[in-house]
Write a protein of this length. Structure first.
Lengths: 423, 297, 285
């Protein structure tokens, strides 16, 4: 009986393998992998758009999307190695894509345009997200991200502090933090142990400008390296001043986020994707807003972190398959059309030439403040950490606790990062 | 014992081959790749090995002087001791008690199993709330009991003051039920006539436990100790959920390896090799210790 | 006098057992309880009872409305049931030989056995994936093939544990029964399947329960090999629901509940077989 089970399974497998091939005589089935899964805020939009495309084109989509995390990334990379990659892939355009770009497993936009001149013609080429490998465009982005300073207005009121504006400087920000602390609140909700990433970006950005931020230093001693060291020391100063939660070195990010949503902490730097999380966690969204992170030095308060970090790739495998080529191109074109992108983008940035036109009638107070925020941005630059491999990030991000406590010197940590990155 | 019936060994491979074939294909062969990987430089998880490290044993050299690895080994040693004494010890007591009660044994057998089926994510969340800094269960209780000053909202940061205790309590607690079930199964295998004979000879409850249950449970206890040792070397999910990135110096070999799995593939492979080697040595030692004493009965 | 003493002892015994039981019941009740609250209520007070306004079916409604949960349960049971069955069958035979026979290479096999339990899934998954991709059972258009690509590695993954537990159990069995079977002219196969296998039932059930459980909960392997919705097993389906940026606690607890319940049913059902052989002598005072 037990043995039979396995044999049956093997049987099913063999039979259906034979049957599967000619099963779809009409239309083509393409394999698509994206990160629009789980409760990604666009998961439903994606589903609907796929259905619409299937309806329109008569083709079918085999959807193997999954929530993006490290194991998802390695699954994708192994798929490429093993030759079982999807036909269309929605994936990161930073260092995570280096492997399959280097191996020529995806098709460049220029190559596609030789056959389909209109491909991605509604996008600004310089914003497509060129590969770090060769500076060539391979992917077509949908919507981007930004990072900003979320504020809890109730806490600010209670502490007698004004909501920061585009004129607020870093100095002012420090004074505000002191006032908030005096009033018995936590100024900044952050778990330095788990997610120091956002603070790292903005703290070093303060010593740089949108033109220079996205550069990995050559050495600790060069201009960029010094910016990193100074930025880390600023985080250390914030820690020493007691502006982070008392247990910021042991608390989880969920714990410190809760301080923010339950009126115990005033500020939170996070990404555009956090809007949904805040909306769901609080009773009155009107008391929350997102504003510019106060700046100092060369960085203006209106210079922010943001970009388009993901896009649709067409794999070489699909491109060389006569049957699938058309379908893959048609699918990506559909998913990156002005209409679909506007639906996906919400308050985030896009690469559309004509700009996105999201439906603002249903926006809540936080989303509306996000529109104001994005409108105020004068300079934007992607997060520099996306240029670092996971191994290279570690000496700073996994060891932030040691850095702020003074056990590890900031310059040594930066040197360790650069050394790991050079490998 | 008369092992004469086990003399004919011609066909034992028929029994051994299927099980080991599975392991050769799905474990040993892949792990040989892992061993090779530990001598190479590998960029991303999922890519084939690039070039050899120079010197080829570079990762192992780094491991020797890696302070985090030292912390991990020390903590894992503590964890092994704690799991043997805590998990297997508590499980042994509980299983003996449950096997000696008349009513409700079915109930206890069921509820003791509960923690094993709940995922590490959910348990991590729960214990994060139990040991939470502000308004955590333990701190609230201590304030209520007057150990901490409630007026001044005096609090203990468990994760930084008593990290090992805070981490090991849930880990040990979760798997007691696992060893409990194995030991209970072992108890079920003891022939009842042994107990009956002892009762007729006037042995009391304690004596029956001491002279029948415990010696005959040796095989199961040895199994439990082996599983506890290897489990302690491997465990990472629950500790990782509660103590991300080895905060407060809580690295274990399992969590340390996990932290490198995606970021530093070849180094993680080297840690895996070390974990396996230590595990095999300790398991063989446990098996030998228990195997020997068994012969003396 | 003596009776009183025993009663007092029994009270202590029950007290200890009940205390431990409280600690093990609590987390499960807590998870189930929170699965009936929406996110906001959990954030604010996870220990409050879900009554009145706090009560919400939102989490479950979301899961049942949007996902084919029955197909996921079916896939899970096919996978984990096959894993448990094959593991019991093959591990039992190997354990018997490793326990009773002395032969050259036994020490090596023992060491390999321990090693087999130690290999982290992270260090074996990539070669396994390449291998199975070559065989065509990864990302296949057939559900059966995809399930098989999870079943096979999981069988191997549970094998060492199963052999070690069964070996420990067989060690406690008296050899006399096997000897008399031998004297009656039974072959190795007959001795094993007629004498040893039935005696091992409690331990086989234990091994079956844990193999089932680990296979069922093994998100990592499922994540690599079950990609499309029709292939999803329950754990990966619910993980997809519960995983979002940050954590959606409500969905998480609803998924914990939905994952746990079938396993508990299987456990309670099989548990009787473990105890079947439980000694009467030990129970009666």
């Amino acid at each position: 009986m037990r043995k039979n089970h396995v044999i049956t399974l093997a049987g099913i497998m063999a039979v259906s393998a034979v049957l599967a091939a000619p099963a779809f005589a009409e239309g083509v089935t393409i394999n698509v992998t994206t990160t629009y899964a789980g409760e990604d805020s666009n998961a439903q939009n994606f589903k609907d758009s796929v259905a619409a495309w299937e309806e329109e084109s008569g083709n079918k989509v085999e959807d193997s999307s999954a929530t993006s995390d490290e194991s998802f990334k390695s699954r994708i990379i192994t798929d490429f190695e093993a030759g079982s990659e999807p036909d269309v892939l929605f994936f990161f355009n930073g260092v995570d894509s280096n492997q399959f770009v280097e191996q020529g497993k995806v098709v460049s936009i220029d190559e596609i345009r030789e056959v389909y001149p209109e491909y991605a013609s509604n996008m600004k080429d310089e914003m497509l997200g060129a590969s770090p490998v060769d500076g060539v465009n391979y992917s077509v982005p949908v919507n981007g991200y930004w990072e900003g300073l979320f504020v809890n207005k109730d806490v600010l009121n209670a502490a007698g502090v004004e909501v920061p504006t585009i004129d607020t400087t870093w100095e002012d920000f420090l004074k505000d933090c002191e006032a908030i602390k005096e009033a018995g609140y936590t100024p900044i909700a952050a778990s330095l142990q788990e997610i120091p990433h956002y603070w790292f970006e903005y703290a070093i950005y303060n010593f740089q400008s949108p033109q220079t931020h996205n550069t990995v230093p050559e050495s600790v001693d060069d201009e960029y390296g010094q910016a990193w060291v100074n930025g880390l020391n600023d985080i250390k100063a914030l820690y020493e001043a007691g502006y982070f939660p008392e247990n910021t070195l042991t608390a989880t990010d969920a714990e410190t986020f809760q301080l923010f949503t339950t009126d115990k902490a005033a500020f939170l730097i996070d990404g555009s994707w956090k809007i949904g999380g805040i909306t769901e966690a609080v009773d009155d969204i009107d008391h929350f807003a997102v504003v510019n992170v106060p700046g100092k030095g060369d960085r203006k308060t209106t210079d922010e972190i943001g970009g388009l970090s993901m896009g649709y790739y067409i794999t070489r495998k699909a491109w060389e398959d006569e049957e699938k080529r058309d379908a893959a191109v048609s699918f990506v074109s559909f998913m990156t059309s002005d209409e679909v992108v506007s639906k996906f983008s919400g308050v985030s940035a896009t690469a559309l030439k004509d700009g996105a036109s999201p439906d603002v009638s249903e926006f809540n107070a936080l989303q509306l403040s996000a529109l104001d925020y994005t409108a105020s941005i004068t300079g934007i630059c992607p997060a520099v950490q996306d240029n670092l491999s996971a191994a290279a990030r570690e000496p700073i991000f996994a060891d932030m606790a040691s850095i702020v406590k003074g056990d590890v010197d900031a310059a040594d940590a930066v040197a360790a990062v650069l050394e790991a990155n050079a490998e | 014992m008369g092992p004469s019936i086990y003399k004919n060994k011609k066909r034992i491979w028929v029994f051994l081959a299927p099980a080991f074939a599975f392991m050769v294909v799905y474990l040993y062969y892949p792990f040989i790749q892992n061993i090779l990987n530990s001598f190479m430089h590998i960029k991303y998880m999922g890519t084939a090995g690039g070039e050899w490290n120079s010197p080829w044993y570079k990762n192992y050299l780094t491991l020797l002087s890696d302070p985090k690895m030292r912390i991990a080994l020390k903590n894992t040693g503590i964890t092994i001791a704690a799991t043997i004494i805590g998990q297997v010890g508590i499980a042994l007591v509980l299983s003996l008690l449950v096997s000696n009660i008349e009513r409700g044994s079915g109930f206890f057998r069921t509820v003791f199993f509960f923690p094993i089926v709940v995922s590490a994510t959910a348990l991590g969340l729960l214990f994060n709330l139990v040991f939470l800094y502000d308004k955590g269960m333990v701190n609230q209780f201590l304030q209520f009991a007057g150990v901490l000053n409630r007026e001044a909202n005096q609090l203990i940061d468990w994760k930084s003051k008593y990290p090992m205790f805070t981490m090991l309590t849930p880990v040990i607690w979760q798997y007691v039920g696992f060893y409990f079930v194995i030991l209970l199964t072992g108890l079920a295998g003891i022939p009842e006539d042994l107990y009956e004979a002892a009762t007729i000879d006037g042995a009391g409850r304690w004596q029956r436990v001491r002279y029948i249950s415990l010696p005959l449970l040796r095989g199961s206890i040895s199994t439990c100790v082996i599983l506890a040792v290897t489990g302690a070397l491997k465990v990472f999910d629950l500790p990782w959920t509660m103590f991300v990135n080895g905060m407060s110096n809580t690295w274990l070999t399992g969590t340390y390896m996990y932290s490198k799995v995606y970021s530093d593939v070849d180094y993680a492979s080297a840690i895996a090799v070390v974990i396996v080697v230590i595990g095999v040595i300790l398991s063989a030692a446990v098996n030998r210790i228990f195997g020997k004493t068994e012969d003396f009965q | 006098m003596k009776k009183k003493k025993i009663r007092f002892g029994m009270i202590v015994v029950y007290l200890i057992l009940i205390l431990w039981a409280l600690t093990t019941i609590f987390p499960l009740c807590w998870s189930v309880m929170n699965s009936f609250k929406n996110k906001k209520v959990i954030y604010n007070n996870s220990f409050a009872l879900p009554f009145g306004e706090a009560f919400s079916l939102e989490n479950y409604r979301n899961i049942f409305a949007n996902y084919n949960i029955l197909s996921a349960y079916r896939n899970s049971f096919i996978i984990s049931g096959s894993v448990a069955a094959v593991v019991i069958l093959l591990a039992g035979m190997a354990a018997y030989i490793l326990c009773r026979y002395e032969f050259r290479g036994k020490t090596l096999l023992n060491l390999l056995l321990y090693a087999g339990m130690m290999f982290p899934i992270y260090s074996t998954i990539i070669p396994v994936m390449r291998m199975q991709a070559k065989w065509g059972i990864v990302n296949s258009s057939s559900v059966g093939a995809n399930l098989l690509s999870v079943i096979l590695p999981q069988i191997a993954g549970n094998m060492s544990f199963a052999i070690i537990v069964l070996r420990g159990y067989i060690r406690t069995l008296p050899v006399e029964l096997e000897e008399s079977a031998f004297l009656e002219g039974c072959s190795m196969f007959q001795t094993y399947f007629r004498v040893v296998f039935p005696l091992c039932k409690p331990s086989m059930v234990t091994v079956g329960i844990f193999s089932f459980l680990w296979s069922y909960n093994d998100l990592f392997t499922q994540m690599f090999f079950l990609r499309t919705k029709e292939n999803w097993a329950i754990t990966i389906l619910l993980n997809n629901i519960a995983s979002k940026e940050g954590v959606n606690y409500g969905a998480l607890f609803a998924s914990v509940t939905l994952i746990v319940i079938p396993v508990l049913i299987v456990y309670m059902f099989l548990n009787r077989y473990i105890i079947q052989g439980m000694t009467v002598g030990a129970v009666k005072g």
